[in-house]
Design a protein around this ligand. Structure first.
Ligand SMILES: Nc1ncnc2c1ncn2[C@@H]1O[C@H](COP(=O)(O)OP(=O)(O)OP(=O)(O)O)[C@@H](O)[C@H]1O
Ligand SMILES: [Mg+2]
Length: 779
């Protein structure tokens, strides 16, 4: 195979560049990854480079695996000697060999986040830090950021002088490192940090690797952090046969796709590469091979709105392609239903493969509805970068509570939550209870109820009794006629402090777990309002089990892929659905209300990543009404939609109102409009904002209403109403998240009130009054 065949002029130049630093800075789909793999082949085949001397670094295991496959395909014999791996696994390999040089044993353990938390809990106890006020996770994230910036505990301490809080963090950091060392353990950040330490303290080991990795290549370079950059620059200083230092370092990236600032990625690594290596050869790739003209134009138009970027001129020779579909659905259920139907139709009737489709969203919690619809249609799917919704820890925990309250017969469920959140019931106690249950032929929960007869339970008895009494109280409540499953889940959350604990962590991961829990509450509300008869907890658990226990062919490759936009980086699919294109979802609510304009720029880069994953067809969608945190939100289409010129967009509409003709688009699909003419920037005046159509489906297929969407007249039983709200239409109220607003309407529900509030800065929202916790504002 001719390695240079099928490459354009610039790509060839990059592939043939075989000495000195090389920066390939190029937009999405321009062949950066392809150049990297071809360059590896070229070095081996044409420049007699030993495969052993090549290191190719990527970010995710999936990317490493894909690159490995591509390299194997073109290199063939000897390719197994090339190191293709992620930063972290590269470091593990190096440390397993040499870590003794910095005083650890080679059999070191790698701590995962649970181990870290356990360790931190002990440290807090030891240092008298009250974890009610300073959470373990907060401390861990301070340490993690310090490590990303290569700040040692000693330097941290020096910098902290005089600042009480910082000094406290420094002490914790010191103690944390001391204990990791004592346990012969490294955390994830240490893998890079300690490799650097190893190299800096042992020049001979470094030089060994410098001579080994004569050629280093880094994909997705825009997302490296300071520590990773330092590691690369240490390695990439090979001495050649004339005693000169060579930096055979080739990095490829796209500043427009930098999306990990929140994890310490340093965009300056790409922007300053030329300063660091003055002899850098810079090659720009401008031809996109991935997408149709329409998709690429949309991507270019959106990213143009960012100020902080290097201007690029990305073009494509590919066909014009279909217009980009934008559909605003009635609800998030209608959105998911239409997308899944679309995929079903295309795979059943048009001969497409499941793997041709990707569904992308902003947050992991959004996968839930898609999973349910896909399971129902028997479409195999896989979630990349996360586990299936019902397999997520927080969801399993809360479902285990529900199961325990429902009947307590599921021992696994009870054992799962007996000490979650921690209530000091240890493994020995659990073993004793299990033994007692076995001896007496009763369930584990029943044994807990008889804990006072179990020998050797000692101090745990009080803890067990308080757990049992909490469960019993909730059991009593759920059997009351007007107590809903929604009430129950909220009470579980309240009584256990489950969400409060996550909230206090203040980490991205905890935030995502909270979103998943909120999504579970949404599911419960949807279930209850769709139920024909009085919805029971058992029926709810039964319905969930149908989706939760599904074996969705994880191993197969021919599956529909679901993932967050972050996980989609570097990948491509013929058909991409970018859903939840709503202000408040994407861009996120936090971004919209942030004072920092760079946050919106980061979200826009994420949008650019999403759009540019599509090869043939991109379908954007939004729901005009979506349940978020148990509240019905009326979201406007995302501001990013407005940044796509309207002539590129098409929407098929099916009017529900007889006043309007069918199949007419309010967006207009007007090819004559001059390029670059945008929709009005403000949503209120924008055409998308308030048009009277409700679109259904990407085509004109009819949708069967599912159990979720069936409208059910709400029973109103005034006696069961929770405390009547202290506000009425016209009052000004305050909401902790949305700020000030005016009450527009107040309607009784079966056991609550629905309040509609027009918020000054967050639009109009319908909420359950018990959930909204509004305060009246006296003017
Ligand atoms: N010269 C070329 N001729 C034909 N196809 C090409 C060429 N260069 C790249 N491609 C194809 O274009 C697609 C995008 O390439 P690649 O994934 O390498 O782009 P990228 O720049 O790494 O994209 P991203 O920024 O999303 O990571 C791939 O399917 C690749 O095979
Ligand atoms: Mg790539």
């Amino acid at each position: 195979m001719n390695i240079l065949e099928g490459l354009n002029k610039e790509q060839k130049e990059a592939v043939m560049h075989n000495k000195g630093p090389l920066l390939i800075l190029a937009g999405a789909g321009s062949g950066k990854t392809r150049v990297l793999t071809h360059r590896i082949a070229y070095l081996i085949d044409q420049c007699d480079v030993n495969p052993w001397n090549i290191l190719a670094l990527t970010f995710t295991n999936k990317a490493a695996k894909e690159m490995r496959e591509r390299v194997d395909r073109i290199v063939g014999y000897g390719s197994e000697n090339i190191w293709v791996s992620t930063f972290h696994s590269t470091c593990v390999r190096i440390l397993r060999r040499y870590i003794e040089a910095i005083g650890y044993d080679r059999s070191f353990t790698i701590y995962d986040s649970d181990d870290q938390k356990t360790l931190m809990r002990d440290i807090c106890k030891y240092l008298n830090i009250d974890t009610k006020y300073t959470k373990e996770r907060t401390l861990l994230s301070v340490i993690s950021s310090a490590k990303d910036e290569l700040i040692t505990p000693e330097t941290f301490m020096k910098n902290a002088q005089g600042d009480f809080n910082q000094e406290r963090y420094a002490n914790v950091y010191m103690e944390y490192q001391k204990r990791l060392k004592a346990n012969n353990a490294l955390d994830f950040d240490d893998l890079i940090f300690k490799t650097i330490e190893l190299f800096e303290k042992n020049p001979e080991i470094l030089s060994n690797y410098q001579n080994r990795f004569k050629y280093i290549m880094v994909d997705e370079y825009q997302d490296t952090n300071t520590a990773q950059f330092h590691l690369i620059s240490l390695l990439a200083s090979t001495e050649n046969e004339y005693g000169e230092i060579e930096h055979n370092l080739c990095v490829v990236g796209d500043d427009d796709q930098s999306i990990y600032k929140f994890r310490g990625a340093n965009i300056h690594n790409i922007l300053n590469f030329e300063k660091e290596y003055p002899k850098t050869r810079v090659i720009k790739l401008e031809q996109n091979y991935r997408s149709t003209k329409n998709i690429l134009k949309a991507a270019n138009e959106v990213i143009k709105h960012n100020i902080e970027r290097k201007e690029k001129a990305l073009w494509t020779d590919n066909e014009e392609g279909e217009p980009i579909a934008f559909t605003q659905f009635d609800t998030e259920y209608a959105e998911a239903e239409a997308i899944v139907n679309d995929i079903y139709h295309a795979t059943q009737e048009e001969g497409c493969a499941f793997q041709d489709f990707a569904i992308l969203y902003r947050t992991n919690a959004q996968s839930r509805i898609f999973e349910e619809k896909l399971v129902r249609k028997n479409i195999p799917y896989k979630i990349v970068g996360a586990v299936n919704f019902y397999a997520r820890k927080e969801i399993k925990d809360l479902l285990a509570y529900l199961k325990t309250i429902d009947n307590g017969l599921d021992d696994i469920a009870v054992k799962r939550i007996i000490n979650v959140p921690r209530r000091g019931i240890g493994l020995t106690t659990i073993d004793r209870v299990s033994q007692y249950a076995a001896d007496n032929n009763m369930s584990f929960y029943n044994a807990l109820r008889h804990a006072n007869s179990i020998p050797g339970i000692g101090r745990s008895l009080a803890k067990i009794e308080s757990f049992v009494s909490m469960i019993e109280i909730l059991k009593g409540k759920i059997s009351e006629p007007d107590y809903s499953i929604e009430d129950l889940i909220n009470e579980i959350i309240e009584a256990t402090g489950y969400v409060a604990e996550l909230e206090a962590e203040e980490t991205v991961e905890a935030e995502s777990r909270i979103e998943n829990i909120e999504e579970l509450i949404n599911k419960i509300i949807a279930f209850e309002s769709a139920a024909e008869e009085a919805p029971t907890l058992s029926a709810f658990l039964e319905e969930v089990a149908l989706v939760a226990d599904i074996d969705n062919l994880e191993d197969s490759t021919n599956v529909v892929v679901l993932m967050t936009l972050h996980s989609a980086k570097g990948l491509e699919f013929p058909f991409v659905y970018l859903c939840g294109m709503e202000d408040g979802i994407f861009p996120s609510y936090m971004t919209l209300t942030s004072d920092d304009p760079t946050e919106l720029e980061e979200e826009r880069r994420l949008c650019y990543v999403g759009i540019t994953r599509a090869k043939k067809k991109l379908s954007l969608s939004a729901a005009r009404q979506r349940m978020v945190r148990g509240e019905t939100n009326f979201n406007k289409p995302s501001c990013f939609i407005n940044e796509i010129p309207r002539y590129l967009l098409k929407q098929t509409t099916e009017s529900l109102s007889p006043k309007f003709p069918k199949n007419t688009s309010t967006l207009g699909n007007k090819p004559n409009l001059p390029t670059g003419r945008h929709l009005a920037p403000t949503h209120d005046s924008g055409i998308f904002g308030n048009h009277p159509f409700i679109q259904k489906g990407f085509g004109n297929r009819n949708l069967e209403p599912t159990m979720f969407e069936k409208e059910k007249p709400k029973k109103v039983t005034p006696t069961a109403l929770k405390g009547t709200p202290h506000y009425k239409p016209g009052d000004t109220v305050y909401h902790s998240r949305f700020g000030e607003g005016v009450v527009l309407d107040l309607q009784p529900l079966s056991n609550d009130y629905e309040v509609t509030v027009a918020f000054q800065n967050s639009g109009t929202k319908k909420m359950r009054s018990s959930f909204a916790k509004l305060k009246t504002v006296t003017k």
